[in-house]
Design a protein around this ligand. Structure first.
Ligand code: SAH
Length: 466
């Protein structure tokens, strides 16, 4: 695993001062997972290159791990020694820490100097889409060149590997280049090599200062850097963009949920809604079902009563709501057999989640209107492209019906956390577009009493995979 940093500049010969590593010798550093070496394959006044080579010892890494981890051969035999990953970030911070963070005692003026710099990473494992390299690096002003590696050049028929030599070029400071590499290399590496805890948020925000909050892919970067730990990236994103704090939205949710229920009580719309969704799910013959944005678990309780459903998953972004659901469903007191049918998951529907793949059917009851448009687009992909259940039942308020509620002032939403409430035409347009794009068929149904010219209070779309 190699990281080569090259400078092309009239003072390139002084790169060694900036990196705090003498170009005249090969230097070794002991790290917890193996060794790092720094050497200079070329040094001249016009162009100097420094290599950071990692020699990862997977056996030593295993010794570091806690004893309660399950043994598996793949923990010893894997691509870790060859592929740049979070281990490279650890090495950057330990070997080039002063270059990344500190002043340069001998040549202080070099620290803020922008040079034409190149970083070459041999190799980076890019799983799930080469286009992410472009989406991440191009907005930051990097020029990008990639070479894909074959799996084995002795056996060309084995085809290409997910490994790339990646070259990034930009006129910038050495410190900034190292900072970007430190944050972004682990983003492309889907494995988790170490425990990702609260302190990683602070590291990410400190290293991301000045560029991450304005990066168009800040959600992707944050989520991957924090290894999909929902509670961490939610907090990190909230701190990056205080105006869209998910926590605050959830806080709001708990308060306003009551108001919405009171408003709708005379029609007991909530029960009718869950009844209609339940009937739709039963009708598909599904046995394994998801309730996405399950809230406090009212639909889950109805699903549990039906033997047809052998595996029931409730997922929500709000931990507090899940705790209420768990109490209401008395999950800790269920007989083993019942308990094995149901599981609550914490997660966000705007991030791809493999735990949601392979189900027969899914409910999304009164959830979409809680997401603002950019996030709704992400949800569409997560549900219809990645999770792809056989059937998806979506309900959302019908805005035309709001005039029927005397206590609801004109123009106001039923729930203060709603980002939109759609007319029937708007919902149908959205649903047809999503269905067409993702290969589903959709039909519509009304929930609650239908008023002429207005429709019903809740509208439902039933999507079936084509
Ligand atoms: N489906 C439930 C709750 C509807 S309220 C019912 O019918 O009673 C909307 C729910 O969506 C809330 O529990 C909220 O926490 C959840 N939610 C909002 N944004 C979400 C997201 N990005 N991912 C998962 N759940 C989300």
């Amino acid at each position: 695993m190699l990281l080569t940093i090259s400078a092309a500049h009239e003072r390139a010969g002084e790169l060694g001062y900036l990196l705090h590593k003498h170009p005249g010798k090969v230097q070794g550093f002991e790290l917890s997972f193996g060794k790092a070496h720094v050497f200079y394959p070329e040094v001249s006044d016009e162009r100097t290159s420094a290599c950071l080579m990692l020699d990862v010892d997977p056996v030593a890494m295993m010794r570091e791990k806690r004893r309660d981890q399950v043994f598996g051969l793949d923990q010893y035999v894997n691509d870790r020694p060859y592929v740049a990953s979070s281990l490279m970030s650890v090495a950057i911070s330990q070997v080039y820490g002063s270059a990344m963070n500190g002043p340069c005692k001998d040549r202080p003026e070099l620290v803020t100097m922008k040079w034409p710099l190149t970083a070459r990473i041999d190799v980076l494992g890019v799983r799930g889409g080469l286009e992410w390299l472009e989406k991440v690096f191009l907005p930051m002003g990097y020029e990008l060149a990639v070479e894909r590696r074959v799996l084995d050049d002795q056996f060309p028929e084995w085809g290409e590997s997910p490994y790339f030599s990646v070259t990034l070029s930009k006129v910038t400071t050495v410190s900034m280049l190292l900072t970007h590499l430190y944050v972004l290399i682990p983003v492309f590496d889907n494995q988790k090599h170490y425990y990702v805890g609260e302190d990683e948020i602070d590291k990410l925000l400190a290293k991301g200062a000045g560029w991450l909050s304005t990066h168009p892919e800040k959600e992707f970067i944050t989520c991957r850097y924090l290894k999909y730990r929902a509670s961490l990236y939610t907090e990190a994103l909230a701190r990056l963009m205080p105006e869209v704090s998910e926590e605050a939205a959830v806080e709001q949710e708990t308060v306003t949920q009551v108001a919405e229920e009171t408003l709708e009580t005379p029609l007991s719309l909530n029960d009718q809604r869950h009844g209609a969704v339940l009937a739709a799910l039963k009708g598909t013959g599904a046995t394994r079902v998801l309730d996405l944005g399950c809230g406090e678990g009212k639909l889950l309780r109805e699903l549990m009563k039906e033997k047809q459903f052998e595996e029931i998953i409730g997922m929500d972004v709000s931990i507090r709501t899940l705790e209420v659901a768990s109490r209401r469903l008395k999950l800790d007191r269920l007989a083993e057999r019942q308990a094995s049918r149901i599981k609550l998951l914490h997660g966000s529907l705007i991030y791809r989640d493999r735990r949601l793949e392979g189900f027969d059917a899914s409910a999304l009851v009164e959830v979409i209107e809680h997401l603002d448009p950019a996030r709704l687009a992400a949800l569409e992909r997560v549900v219809f492209e990645f999770a792809r259940p056989g059937t998806v039942v979506v309900t959302t308020p019908n805005q035309e019906y709001n005039v029927m509620w005397e206590t609801l002032p004109a123009g106001q939403f039923r729930h203060s956390d709603h980002r939109f409430e759609w007319t029937r035409a708007e919902f149908e347009e959205w649903a047809l577009r999503v269905a067409e794009r993702t290969g589903y068929r959709v039909r519509f149904d009304a929930i609650g009493p239908v008023q002429e010219g207005i429709g019903s209070p809740t509208q439902m779309g039933i999507f079936e995979k084509g």
